[in-house]
Design a protein around this ligand. Sequence first.
Ligand code: SAH
Length: 215
Amino acid sequence: MLFQRQDSNESYEAMRWHMVDRQIVARGVRDERVLEAMRQVPRHEFVDPHYWDVAYTDHPLPIAGGQTISQPYIVAYMSELLAVRASDRVLEIGTGCGYQTAILACLAAEVYSVEYLQELSAQAEERLKKYVNVHLKVGNGWEGWIEHAPYDRILVTCAADHIPEYLLNQLSEGGRVVIPMGENSQRLVIFTKRGEDYIQDDDIAVRFVPMVDSD
Ligand code: SAH
């Protein structure tokens, strides 16, 4: 059966193609660059070996620090919503295990990612070594990462109860933020910068861990 423990990289690749067809294309994601990144990045290597045999199933998975890595479809869907261009500089808040960071690294020119928990950031750094366009730091994502601003795209992978002002301020003209918002019930929200204004569009319902330590 396809989802029993597999030992060769070839089997993992087959599982990835299957994951993309059945979970991601089947639900309407069409961006070819996103689909290609999802076929390329070895998701199993970002989780504990204990979970390798279920790394390509249609579920979120536990990672260190009591956090979770999103279901593959949600990673693909958010990456499509972000509409990353090859020349973009992207800021991610919530590195977690680094899987979404790796997907962004395939899509963008440079990826800056901030993680609150030192343990997770250290593990992600190890896993992301071969992605030379990825830059990580431990810090509070509410503040963004001012040294490398402005960003063309900002992706937040933890849920906020209000939009962090610092993130809007670190966006380039025409830039876009995708962020899960809400407490008990959450939605993905897209903010697009147009001059002094930010256009807000609400999208699908989601479930993310909360963004800690707000201002
Ligand atoms: N994209 C991640 C998802 C991890 S879950 C992945 O693919 O694995 C969300 C992450 O956001 C957790 O690792 C959590 O520690 C982190 N987080 C929560 N609040 C934060 C904050 N204020 N600043 C930075 N990271 C935060």
